[in-house]
Design a protein around this ligand. Sequence first.
Ligand SMILES: *[C@@H]1O[C@H](CO)[C@@H](O)[C@H](O)[C@H]1NC(C)=O
Ligand SMILES: *[C@@H]1O[C@H](CO)[C@@H](O)[C@H](O)[C@H]1NC(C)=O
Ligand SMILES: *[C@@H]1O[C@H](CO)[C@@H](O)[C@H](O)[C@H]1NC(C)=O
Ligand SMILES: *[C@@H]1O[C@H](CO)[C@@H](O)[C@H](O)[C@H]1NC(C)=O
Ligand SMILES: *[C@@H]1O[C@H](CO)[C@@H](O)[C@H](O)[C@H]1NC(C)=O
Ligand SMILES: *[C@@H]1O[C@H](CO)[C@@H](O)[C@H](O)[C@H]1NC(C)=O
Ligand SMILES: *[C@@H]1O[C@H](CO)[C@@H](O)[C@H](O)[C@H]1NC(C)=O
Ligand SMILES: *[C@@H]1O[C@H](CO)[C@@H](O)[C@H](O)[C@H]1NC(C)=O
Ligand SMILES: *[C@@H]1O[C@H](CO)[C@@H](O)[C@H](O)[C@H]1NC(C)=O
Ligand SMILES: *[C@@H]1O[C@H](CO)[C@@H](O)[C@H](O)[C@H]1NC(C)=O
Ligand SMILES: *[C@@H]1O[C@H](CO)[C@@H](O)[C@H](O)[C@H]1NC(C)=O
Length: 582
Amino acid sequence: MVSYSGAECLFLSLLLTIFFALSAGYLGGTTQPEVTIPQGTLRGKIMTTTHGRNVSAFLGIPYAQPPVGNKRFANPVPADGWEGIRNATAEGNICPQISSTDHITFFGDEDCLNLSVFTPQISSGKNSSLLPVMAFVFGGKFKTGFIKSSIYSPAYLLNQDVVLVTFNYRLGVLGFLSTGDKVASGNWGLKDQVLALEWVQRNIRYFHGDHDRVTLFGHSSGSACVHLLTLSKLTIGLFHKFIMQSGSGLAQWAYRPRAVYAKRAFELGDYVGCLNDTSDSLVRCLRNKSVLDITAVHARFYVWHYEPFTTWACTDEPDIKGAFITTSPANIVRAGQIRDVPCIMGVAENEGIVDSTDFYDKEGCLEDFLENFDYLLPIFLYWSYQPDSGAAWVKAAKSYYFNNIETMNRSELLTNLTLLIGDATFTYPMYSSLLYQHAVAVNPQYFYAFRYRGTWSNTYLYSNISTDYGVAHADDLTYIFPHVDYNIILALNKTPNENDLQMREIMVQLWTSFANHSKPSTLFFRGNTTWEPYSKKDNYLQIGDRSEITLEVKHPFSTGRMQFWANLERSTAEAETIGVIH
Ligand SMILES: *[C@@H]1O[C@H](CO)[C@@H](O)[C@H](O)[C@H]1NC(C)=O
Ligand SMILES: *[C@@H]1O[C@H](CO)[C@@H](O)[C@H](O)[C@H]1NC(C)=O
Ligand SMILES: *[C@@H]1O[C@H](CO)[C@@H](O)[C@H](O)[C@H]1NC(C)=O
Ligand SMILES: *[C@@H]1O[C@H](CO)[C@@H](O)[C@H](O)[C@H]1NC(C)=O
Ligand SMILES: *[C@@H]1O[C@H](CO)[C@@H](O)[C@H](O)[C@H]1NC(C)=O
Ligand SMILES: *[C@@H]1O[C@H](CO)[C@@H](O)[C@H](O)[C@H]1NC(C)=O
Ligand SMILES: *[C@@H]1O[C@H](CO)[C@@H](O)[C@H](O)[C@H]1NC(C)=O
Ligand SMILES: *[C@@H]1O[C@H](CO)[C@@H](O)[C@H](O)[C@H]1NC(C)=O
Ligand SMILES: *[C@@H]1O[C@H](CO)[C@@H](O)[C@H](O)[C@H]1NC(C)=O
Ligand SMILES: *[C@@H]1O[C@H](CO)[C@@H](O)[C@H](O)[C@H]1NC(C)=O
Ligand SMILES: *[C@@H]1O[C@H](CO)[C@@H](O)[C@H](O)[C@H]1NC(C)=O
């Protein structure tokens, strides 16, 4: 092992959500809307959108029974109903998690499987006017996040006629522990999402939503979840189109083979005093531990600083009833088993900066990393699980992104390290997902590159330096949800300008029109921009150009960098099949 001194390289976890709880809501009037669903009657509240439209919000609706006791590390069970009127005005419990800012503070409650519904109308019972439904999966590296209604809020999207659904799902060890066998086969958080989508099918018409027009969308690890949900047979018929923003199920951080988790589950047992030697006794012992006990040991799994950040994520399961997937996402897409429905996929221009600001900000951090590059890169990028522990990929990445490492100056090193991280973590996995989808699907894919740098950028969260680091991970999300605390925006003097407000309208129109009739369009530019579906031209929509509001169809997307990863993947797959790498 190498020891690291000096710089504190605090690799910020993505999200945002935790520090950005908006205190000011959009609570409008005093009349409380009511809806009766098979589970019982809900009394919600009124919220007001940015255009001053009053909409109904129903918060904290239970969709699964509390996943406690024997239901911990088990498939979720649909929630029971209630007597009388249920207050749907308070936020649902947050699922247990460790703060993504200080990496220490624990909060949340295991009894957290609830969802929220936001609707412009209460059902009039007429099918013809049912509204398109948009179901959102939040991100946070499979480990943090929650659906607070001021963050994943209807304030922007419900300026249009859509019904919005957000839901909590189990996170971290509670959401993704697997013993690698049928005793606790894993993917609990994803199965929660499946159950939430089933709830939508059964109930959304009572909120004036059309269960035949459900758009699943997500950001970051939430986007990876969306992709994974398209690869699972459990979700057939549960959604009709999807949007992936900066996260793919093909990313190395999104999936680990079950053998990795089989070992890790017993390691967890060791840390919490469950020295059991069978999966059965281990799981029984783990179910009897307090949630704090099993969550708080997360730091034991870090190898270097807070990396790898994601200890537990998606895995393959044995072929048992209720299995989410039974082989790797890569194997599924390679076999052409994609979900053939319309989709939007895209990335921000400078994805890598979310994980690389500390190299810029913290003295000594870059030097530490470079000194131990071959050891740390596979940890940082989740390549350790490859048959050769990532050695071949490190070698290739080093010669491609750092072909002259000895003579590169600091700014070149930082630029290329950020590029490498962004390409490996977000951009290439998304592009690869697109190509696999395109190869088989009849329905259109719409591909975008978000290149608008607004007054606000999430780089202000990732780093407290006011440097313009480009268009960061989650910058696009800013125009769909008010997910950043407005007080922070005010404090940094970054209130939206005219262009920012226009970008918000454009993004909302593109996303909601897609939800409406599968074709993203906007009234801006006199409706003169046509977002052509992806084709062999390798075309994409460039959304914004620095601070300019533009929408431009361009091609090709693939540069030498995307080719590099495609070749690397191909040669690895070939080597694996002829047994060169062990
Ligand atoms: C929204 O509700 C408030 C309070 O009930 C009311 O004063 C206001 O006129 C409503 N706005 C619209 C656009 O209906
Ligand atoms: C329901 O919520 C309202 C506030 O929104 C509160 O005044 C009321 O006491 C709650 N009722 C119950 C039964 O909890
Ligand atoms: C959230 O859902 C759970 C069921 O898993 C329920 O017990 C809890 O009361 C709900 N929270 C709120 C605030 O309604
Ligand atoms: C609405 O559609 C459902 C099937 O999708 C049908 O069973 C029901 O009768 C319809 N209701 C009305 C009011 O047309
Ligand atoms: C698991 O191991 C712990 C401690 O090693 C022991 O106390 C417990 O009885 C075991 N649990 C089961 C279910 O065997
Ligand atoms: C563990 O099991 C004991 C004995 O059955 C029980 O009293 C205790 O409440 C359990 N603890 C947890 C956290 O489940
Ligand atoms: C960021 O802010 C913290 C707290 O205000 C400060 O300690 C730290 O030095 C700042 N870092 C940089 C790189 O400016
Ligand atoms: C930086 O990375 C790019 C690939 O994006 C590569 O073309 C370039 O040669 C690299 N620069 C150096 C100095 O290695
Ligand atoms: C780093 O090298 C690049 C390319 O040679 C050059 O353009 C840049 O000015 C250099 N930066 C510094 C800080 O020396
Ligand atoms: C959906 O399309 C209908 C008919 O074209 C239109 O009236 C409605 O405003 C559209 N809704 C959204 C959210 O775009
Ligand atoms: C639409 O855009 C094209 C190319 O940018 C331009 O030539 C044309 O005049 C525009 N049409 C309208 C109606 O704005």
